[in-house]
Design a protein around this ligand. Structure first.
Ligand code: ZN
Length: 124
């Protein structure tokens, strides 16, 4: 992480913090057991969700969204940990330093652009 300036590290830390807050807000909004959600939508849902299958499908969609948010949160927290431990910004595949511009555009990136592209080509 020597290739990152103090300012860049601060910017990344701040960006990760903002991202984390956003995901937490989203999780709070989409979690079915959240008080705010049930208070706002309970009466409306009872009327609209007479069809059980439809209700289950919607729950499935919501669960999938929560799952995506959880994974994003994990990625963000892992990046924060790497940053605090000073092993941030190194490609997980080739071990080279990930350019600062890429990290600033995507703070949770764990691979350099070349390795990421190769990975995506292979999994397709
Ligand atoms: Zn790489």
């Amino acid at each position: 992480m020597k290739h990152l300036t103090h300012e860049q590290r601060n910017a990344l830390a701040q960006q990760l913090d903002t991202m984390r807050q956003q995901v937490l807000d989203e999780l709070r909004n989409s979690a079915p057991d959240t008080f705010a959600h049930s208070a706002l939508n309970a009466s409306q849902e009872v009327r609209e969700r007479t069809d059980e299958a439809e209700a289950e499908r919607e729950d499935g969609v919501r669960q999938a969204e929560i799952e995506i948010d959880r994974r994003r949160l994990e990625d963000i927290e892992r990046a924060q940990l790497r940053l605090s431990e000073g092993r941030y910004g190194t490609c997980a595949t080739c071990g080279l330093e990930i350019p600062a511009a890429r990290l600033l555009a995507q703070p949770t990136a764990i691979r350099c652009a070349a390795c990421q592209a190769q990975l995506e080509t292979r999994s397709r």
